[in-house]
Design a protein around this ligand. Structure first.
Ligand SMILES: Nc1ncnc2c1ncn2[C@@H]1O[C@H](COP(=O)(O)OP(=O)(O)OP(=O)(O)O)[C@@H](O)[C@H]1O
Ligand SMILES: [Mg+2]
Length: 396
């Protein structure tokens, strides 16, 4: 849920006045739960109650009303955006199938680029880059599918928004888990599990502001069950994605940081791998592991083509621009040369807008207060990636 400038202002004024939520609730004759909703869950009070809050907190009512109005407009815009994105997505896929099966059969494998974000080191920006690359592709009107292959499900939450994601789970809708199970759980009418149709797992029109061009296969925590019983499941993702390949220009897979059957599943499904790197002490730590894991995979699966499209320096902490960051960039460059790995020229700079963008479920360009140099910087990186995997040549 988005914490709006309005909610932040109420909370700040309340704490400045030395009031607890309970105090404020009592002064307004409201419940504590309702006040908590206002401060952290995006609830916007009526204009009358807003004036009352301003009075109790000793602040200018008009200013608070303006903030409340902005918050309400923002929320309405997001709802409208979501509603239209779904319909646009449905129209787009209907039009695609109207084009006939020709496009589906015409070298679908060559047309659809499948890209995984992998680094066995955690917190380096795999999900952040997966999300932003997916948005960048969608904004170029490339038909894009994001696949969340991490039980943490951060990508799912960032692309669906926490509210819709929770609804999805509560509604027991299929996720990537069903791809690994290959069956949809027993439904009460038929009494027996049925074979999965991949399209059931795809959430259409995910990501606000993505023009309906961005779909998602969400994850859920239960995916970790797959890790406990992995035998024979390595190829299931590839098999499932093969059914929808021709419908997308780009499929982006966000991976978990640990090596498991899910990593193999990503390898089998992908043609390209991007390795986000956080330039700091021990940045190279996951690289030998990745090199070995890919080497072993290639030995065992000679017929499957997979390559590292590039290493991407992602300055996900503000201090990585200093001497420690420079040193680690040199270390990584040396390691990359050993394996003949490409390094993307455009580095992703540090910006709090990345976290905010994930929280707001929006592309960077839609994120509140995102600076245009940050937006442009990521755009250059995305263009470089798309170029590297030959996506720019695919007609949108
Ligand atoms: N360029 C950046 N500037 C600022 N913060 C960033 C940047 N990139 C990522 N972050 C932040 O760093 C944190 C880790 O990023 P992210 O979740 O994308 O990493 P990850 O590799 O997917 O992690 P995990 O291994 O747990 O899946 C997040 O809070 C994210 O918002
Ligand atoms: Mg992640």
């Amino acid at each position: 849920m988005i914490v709006t400038p309005f909610a932040r202002r109420v909370k700040r004024l309340r704490t400045e006045q030395g009031l607890t939520i309970r105090d404020l609730a009592a002064a307004l004759s409201k419940s504590v739960a309702y006040l908590a909703k206002i401060e952290v869950q995006g609830e916007i009070p009526t204009p009358e109650l807003t004036c009352e809050i301003a009075r109790v907190l000793g602040t200018d009512a008009i200013e608070l009303l303006e903030l409340a109005k902005e918050a309400r407009l923002m929320s309405a815009t997001r709802d409208i955006e979501r509603e239209y994105a779904r319909v646009i997505a449905d129209r787009a896929s209907a039009e695609t199938s109207d084009l006939g099966t020709e496009q589906d059969t015409k070298g679908a494998d060559e047309m659809t680029k499948v890209l995984s974000l992998i680094n066995m080191k955690g917190g380096v920006g795999k999900t952040t880059l997966a999300m932003q690359l997916a948005h960048s592709a969608a904004s170029k009107r490339l038909r894009t599918l994001a696949v969340d292959l991490d039980p943490q499900s951060n990508l799912s939450q960032a692309l669906m928004g926490p509210r819709d994601y929770v609804k999805h789970l509560a509604g027991k809708k299929p996720t990537v888990v069903q791809i690994f199970d290959e069956y949809v759980p027993t439904d009460s009418r038929s009494g027996s599990p049925r074979l999965l149709d991949i399209t059931e797992v795809v959430v259409k029109g995910a990501g606000h502001g993505a023009n309906g061009m961005l779909d998602l296969i969400p994850s859920r925590l239960e995916l970790s069950r797959t890790l406990k019983n992995p035998t024979g499941k390595e190829r299931r993702l590839a098999k499932a994605l093969a059914q929808v390949r021709g419908k997308y220009d780009l499929i982006i897979v966000d991976c978990a940081p640990t090596e498991s059957v899910l990593t193999d599943a990503a390898y089998f499904a992908s043609r390209y791998v991007i390795v986000p790197i956080k330039p700091e002490f021990m940045a190279t730590i996951g690289l030998p592991l990745l090199a070995r894991s890919l080497h072993e995979f290639r030995l065992e699966n000679e017929d499957h083509e997979i390559e590292i499209a590039g290493l991407a320096f992602n300055h996900s902490s503000s201090y990585s621009a200093g001497p420690e960051g420079q040193q680690s960039i040199e270390d990584v460059t040396t390691e990359a040369k050993k394996h003949d790995w490409h390094i993307f020229e455009n580095q992703i700079r540090y910006s709090a807008s990345y976290a905010k963008s994930a929280r707001e479920g929006t592309p960077l360009s839609w994120t509140s207060y995102a600076r245009s140099d940050v937006i442009q910087g990521f755009r250059r990186f995305a263009d470089e990636v798309f170029d590297q995997i030959g996506l720019a040549k695919v007609p949108a």
